[in-house]
Design a protein around this ligand. Structure first.
Ligand code: ATP
Length: 306
């Protein structure tokens, strides 16, 4: 038995490392359906943040070179402001986030941050300045502490606790028998969609990037969880230039500007109040959403991840 112990422990280590790698990969692929195709320029200058202005100028994009997914998309997010993008399924909302993160390059037009074309700066320096809260956060098979600290591994325990408080997940963590040391993942704790998003918000707050992409969850969170997440998001967005990909219109009310995307084209833009008054496409989407929300939810626990 003793002779077996070493190889078994070695196998255990390989198993854990493989799982961790898979988890890292899964996380990378949340926003991404394909391998990264873009190349760094040589030499690759670092992105310099002066305020965090995001600019899309007459952007055209197609995944396959045939079907246009974005058509002549033009907008600016001023430093520290929030822009929300709404539209029906497949309108191209998440594609905007992928282009800003530079998973792909535009076919025509330009995406820039503080005047620097994304194609002309190093990808690493770009991605350290952008924090993504994805719709379905894939957590590492490790402790809650590790999952938050991943945002900035050099952070102190006090800083980790501070962001967990800000994301309103600290009290929940402290209520667990093993607190921050609780393992999440397959063998550990199962978290609800809302709890996972709060962990992702805490992680992003720790990273403290100039630019924030919030990909709102498509899965239904219960109303209380959802309004909680909105509050945490508003706090997180303060001082960061924020792009909200709104699948459910619940986070857009306070946005400085809302874009309505239809088949890759901007068909309306304005604030929530102005767009409702215009009684156009946005007002129609809003009414549809209200009707859906009034439909009684199933009796199970829709926000529990299995
Ligand atoms: P949803 O609200 O359903 O998430 P969306 O507005 O975010 O939709 P996108 O994910 O941006 O839509 O997709 C826009 C279009 O591009 C869709 O028709 C989609 O099928 C297509 N698409 C998305 N990713 C790829 C890909 N990797 N390869 C090819 N086509 C893709």
């Amino acid at each position: 038995l003793i002779q077996l112990a070493a190889p078994l422990s070695y196998l255990g280590m390989i198993y854990r490392e493989t799982k961790q790698t898979l988890s890292n990969l899964e996380r990378m692929f949340v926003l991404l359906d394909e391998p990264i195709e873009v190349r760094d320029p040589v030499p690759a200058p670092e992105l310099v943040i002066r305020g965090g202005e995001v600019k899309f100028e007459r952007v055209w994009f197609s995944y396959d070179g045939k079907r246009q997914v974005l058509r002549d998309v033009d907008f600016v997010i001023a430093p520290g402001k929030t822009l929300a993008v709404v539209g029906t399924t497949g309108a191209g909302k998440s594609t905007l986030a992928r282009l800003l993160y530079r998973y792909y390059d535009v076919d025509a037009g330009r995406v820039s941050i503080d005047g620097q074309d994304l194609r002309e700066v190093g990808q690493d320096s770009l991605r350290t300045q952008i924090g993504v809260v994805p719709q379905d956060t894939v957590l590492f098979n490790d402790s809650l502490y590790y999952n938050i600290a991943y945002g900035r591994p050099s952070a102190s325990r006090e800083e980790v606790v501070a962001v967990a408080r800000a994301a309103h997940v600290h009290d929940f963590i402290e209520s667990l028998p093993q607190g921050y040391d609780t393992n999440v993942g397959e063998r550990g704790l199962k978290l609800s969609g809302g709890e996972k998003q709060r962990i992702a918000i805490a992680r992003t707050l720790l990273k403290d990037p100039a630019i924030l992409i919030f990909d709102e969850a498509t899965s239904a969170l219960d109303t209380q969880t959802e309004s909680g997440i909105q509050l945490e998001l508003r706090n997180a967005a303060r001082g960061h230039t924020t792009l909200v990909i709104a699948h459910r219109l619940s986070t857009v009310i306070d946005a400085d500007e809302i874009l309505v995307l239809d088949h890759g084209r901007i068909v309306e833009r304005g604030t929530h109040t102005a767009l409702l008054a215009a009684r156009g496409r946005y007002a129609m989407l809003w009414t549809m959403q209200q009707r859906q929300d009034d439909t009684p939810a199933p009796q199970s626990h829709p926000n529990r991840s299995e």
